[in-house]
Design a protein around this ligand. Structure first.
Ligand SMILES: [Zn+2]
Length: 134
C-alpha cells in the first residue's frame, strides 16, 4: 500500500529520473497525477505506479509577475515574468507546471489547446515538471 508521504516523495524521485509517475486504481483504472494513495471512487488503496507520457494540451495558464520567493530567487520578477499553466495529458490526468518557450510578457499570444510536451526543469536539488509547445 502507498502512503501519502511515500507517494509524494516517490513522485519527486521519479522526476529526477525524468519519469512522470502517477498511480492507477487496479479496480476502476483511473489514473491519479500527482499520485494518490487512495482511489476516491472505489474508496480503496488498490493502486499501482504507472508511467504517464508527458504529452497533452494546454487547458489553462497565467502569466505571473508577482513571483513567490523561490521563483524570485530563480530570477523571475515583474520585468521577467513567467507562465504557469495546467496541461491535460493525452492519457487523461491534468497537471500544472511552468510553461516554457512562450512569451510571458505577451500572454495574449499563448493559446488554450496548444499541444505541449514535458520539459523537466532542474531547480536546486529538485526536478520539476514544465511544459513547452510541441
Ligand atoms: Zn478506483
Amino acid at each position: 500500500m502507498l502512503t501519502p508521504e511515500a507517494s509524494v516523495k516517490s513522485f519527486y524521485d521519479f522526476l529526477k529520473e525524468k519519469k512522470i509517475m502517477g498511480t492507477k486504481c487496479k479496480d476502476c483504472g483511473e489514473v491519479y497525477l500527482p499520485p494518490r494513495p487512495l482511489c476516491p471512487k472505489c474508496i480503496n488503496s488498490n493502486l499501482e505506479w504507472v508511467e504517464v507520457e508527458g504529452k497533452g494540451k494546454l487547458v489553462a495558464f497565467t502569466s505571473i509577475t508577482v513571483a513567490p520567493t523561490h521563483m524570485i530567487n530563480a530570477g523571475y520578477s515583474r520585468e521577467n515574468p513567467y507562465v504557469f499553466g495546467v496541461v491535460k495529458l493525452d492519457s487523461g490526468p491534468s497537471i500544472s507546471g511552468m510553461i516554457l518557450n512562450v512569451d510571458a510578457k505577451k500572454p495574449e499570444n499563448i493559446a488554450i489547446g496548444t499541444p505541449m510536451t514535458v520539459e523537466f526543469v532542474k531547480r536546486d536539488d529538485k526536478v520539476l515538471i514544465g511544459f513547452k509547445p510541441s
